[in-house]
Design a protein around this ligand. Structure first.
Ligand code: NAD
Length: 363
């Protein structure tokens, strides 16, 4: 298979972690006989420095022409005080909008090897967690009509969803659940919000197409509580933009490390998807060979699975990550309280070594 991949290393640790994901992708290409053609894209702070624009149109066009897009992270203190209209985060919104990716898939996986980093009790997490949160990304209250009264003493934001916007998210939820443990939970606030009632109506209308998937509903307040009380009950969660924003951060915390979590943003499947770690540009450790590249490497695995339909290759990367962790290798962020012991065993590794270990463990 030959595919074009747009690479947006971005700022801070972005280039560090994307370089390792590229090494892993190249090793997969070699093993499984594929060809990846990379196109470099300049976005975020670097693009502000060079073009006074966090996402110039010609750079977005490179992404739109590619088969898939891999992003590191953008932003950093250097650009904290630039004009709000050209802040680095505008590159993310520009990419999501321009690429028309409307569903954000965030697996919240707690690797059993990293249990010590999980803030929940042993009896709650057991042998690990594996939840997939499907968040609506381009609608709802973050995009609705808003304003301030002229005296600045009142303000409003509007939550608005159409049947179509909900249906395409619910479908992704059902499809994902079908290939997993077959439970889809729609999270809403249907006791109060009309939009939430519409989410339920749409989910019910799609349900007959997925007779083997169990569909249930939870109010957002209860879901937030259940995530820390009994997270194992969840398989796939589908929800609106704002509720998904909050729940996915909560879920990432209970898995222990931000440096391990991947994400995919998908549209209707006709254009490229956007794959990125959930962490930011971590300017405190940029360029120091300290960043954990595994979230970006696992994002590349999601790219192979969702954009290129290469399940074996995606699994190969995921299994290699598991093996490297099983053998006790850790970057600083996931060494946790065992840091000294890990170091004494010679298994405290940097960004480059971790990338190399994954490559060596690919089957
Ligand atoms: P952050 O995720 O960059 O860092 C939070 C903490 O986690 C830091 O201590 C950092 O060192 C650590 N960390 C993050 N990723 C790590 C990794 N892979 N390995 C080891 N440690 C890791 O969040 P922040 O500090 O709030 O934001 C820093 C900058 O990143 C800001 O400018 C912010 O706007 C930007 N940001 C970008 C994105 C994105 O590009 N998608 C997302 C969030 C934040």
């Amino acid at each position: 298979m030959e595919k074009t991949i747009a690479l947006i290393p971005g700022d801070g640790i972005g280039p560090d972690v994307v370089a390792e994901a590229v090494n892993v992708l190249n090793a997969i290409a070699k093993k499984y006989n594929h060809t990846w053609i990379y196109k470099d894209v300049i976005a975020g702070g670097r693009a502000i420095d060079m073009f006074k624009n966090p996402l110039p149109k010609d750079q977005l066009d490179i992404c739109l022409r590619a088969d898939s897009v891999l992003l590191g992270a953008v932003g950093g203190p250097k650009w904290d005080n630039v004009d709000p209209s050209i802040r680095p985060e505008k590159a993310l919104l520009g990419l999501r909008g321009g690429m028309k990716v409307y569903a954000n898939l965030r697996p919240a996986v707690m690797f059993p090897q990293l249990k010590a980093a999980c803030p929940l009790k042993d009896e709650i997490v057991g042998d690990g967690l594996d939840i997939l949160i499907v968040r609506e990304l381009t609608g709802g209250i973050y995009f609705g009509d808003r304003g301030f009264a002229s005296d600045g003493r009142s303000a409003y934001d509007t939550e608005k969803y159409s049947w179509e916007e909900i249906e395409r998210i619910v479908r992704i939820g059902f499809e994902a659940a079908k290939g997993r443990r077959k439970i889809l939970t729609v999270v809403d606030k249907a006791n109060i919000l009309n939009t939430s009632r519409l989410w339920r109506t749409v989910a019910e209308s799609v349900k007959p197409e997925y007779p083997d998937v169990e569909l249930n509903y939870l109010y957002i307040d209860n879901a937030a509580m259940q995530l820390v009380r009994n997270p194992k009950q969840f398989d796939v969660i589908a929800t609106s933009n704002m509720f998904g924003d909050i729940l996915s951060d909560e879920a990432s915390q209970i898995t222990g490390s931000i440096g391990m979590l991947a994400s995919a943003s998908l549209g209707n499947g006709k254009g490229p998807g956007l794959y990125e770690p959930i962490h930011g540009s971590a300017p405190d450790i940029a360029g120091k060979n300290l960043a954990n590249p595994l979230a970006t490497i696992l994002s590349a695995a999601m790219m192979l699975r969702y954009d290129f339909k290469l399940e074996d290759e995606a699994k190969s990367i995921e299994n290699a990550v598991q093996e490297v962790l099983n053998e006790g290798y850790r970057t600083g962020d996931i060494a946790g309280a065992d840091r000294d012991a890990v170091k004494a065993a010679g298994k405290l590794v940097g960004t480059k070594e971790m990338g190399k270990l994954v490559v060596e463990h690919l089957k």
